[in-house]
Design a binder for this molecule. Structure first.
Ligand code: CP
Ligand code: NVA
Length: 309
């Protein structure tokens, strides 16, 4: 396996390995040594980022390498050099390439032309690095999360699609509550059902049905970076009944935790007393972006993941 473009690229064993390794690197950040000594990793961000950029840059440094972070205006891509040519050239300098952009297919095309690992740092369709940190957080909180129940309440986003694939592969049940207009991409749903190793996937319009008995409740922003801003009013109207409030959390299992990929909008997708309350695990979850990014970079550069077909 050369690239991580979506969680379904991993086998069940690869996923378990990455989570074990991330947990170890979290306790022993230097345990990986310096496999990137004298090498660079190119990070290309066509959208803003706080967590992904800083955690991945830090992960590169912890592996002994140097991160080079650029935006569209700094590469000739912005002046119509092809993705294929860019990928071939950068692959001859850097040890790996990390890409955040809009169209998932562009990252896939880049990966096909690059000889080095390519990591999806968020596209409109998937956010695999986030899902790894989400699973590590569940694992820290519940021990082995296999058999646990997670509810996602809000519009289906890149984060939702990666969560669907990650929970399926890890044997966790997931209930997604979303209005009809914002249901998950059928392709991501089909893949999640195909790779499941246990657990159920329920897609419903009813937030209370989704959270009933859930061990964790997750939400994401109502308007993602790749969504047209003119959709804001329609999304707000449709999604207001899907806000995660203290009342909704009370319908989950006793001791249920709250998760959010961040950035969050208090008073929109989540009430302030939930995200800032005792059930919230959003900051440990964000902190887990670093060891999971370090584990992914280390494993891909070493070429040790089997990868799903
Ligand atoms: N959760 C996440 O990916 O955050 P950033 O957009 O800040 O990277
Ligand atoms: N769905 C959000 C996630 C941000 C980390 C977005 O794409 O903007």
């Amino acid at each position: 396996m050369k690239d991580l473009l979506r969680i379904a690229d991993l086998t069940e064993h690869d996923l378990a390995y990455l989570l074990d390794r991330a947990a170890h690197l979290k306790r022993h950040p230097s345990a990986a040594g310096d496999p990137l000594q004298g090498r660079t990793v190119l990070l290309y961000f066509a959208k803003p980022s706080t967590r992904t950029r800083v955690s991945t840059e830090t992960a590169v440094v912890r592996l002994g390498g140097v991160p080079l972070t650029v935006g569209p205006a700094e590469l000739q891509l912005g002046r119509a050099e092809t993705i294929a040519d860019t990928a071939r050239v950068i692959g001859s300098y850097a040890a790996a390439v990390v890409i955040r952009t809009f169209d998932h297919d562009e990252v896939a095309r880049f990966a096909r032309s690059a000889e080095v690992p390519v990591i999806n740092a968020l596209t409109d369709a998937h956010h695999p690095l986030q899902a790894l940190a989400d699973l590590l957080t569940l694992r820290e909180h519940f021990g082995d999360p296999r058999g646990r129940r997670l509810a996602y309440v809000g519009p289906a986003t890149n984060v939702t699609h990666s969560l669907m694939e990650a929970t399926a592969l890890a044997g966790i049940s997931l209930a997604v509550a979303t209005p009809d207009a914002y249901r998950p991409d059928p392709e991501a749903e089909a893949i999640a059902r195909k790779i499941a190793t246990g657990g159920d996937l329920l897609i419903t319009g009813d937030p209370h049905e989704a959270v009933r008995g859930a061990d964790a409740v997750y939400t994401d922003v109502w308007l993602s970076m790749g969504d047209p801003p003119e959709q804001r009013a329609a999304r707000t109207a449709a999604l207001t009944p899907y806000r995660v409030t203290a009342d909704l959390m009370a319908a989950a299992a006793p001791g249920a935790i709250f998760l959010h990929c961040l950035p969050a909008h208090r008073g929109e997708e989540v009430a302030a007393d939930v995200i800032d309350g005792p059930a919230s695990q959003v900051f440990p979850q964000a902190a887990n972006r670093l060891p999971t990014a370090q584990a992914v970079l280390e494993a891909l550069v070493a070429g040790i993941l089997a990868g799903a077909q």
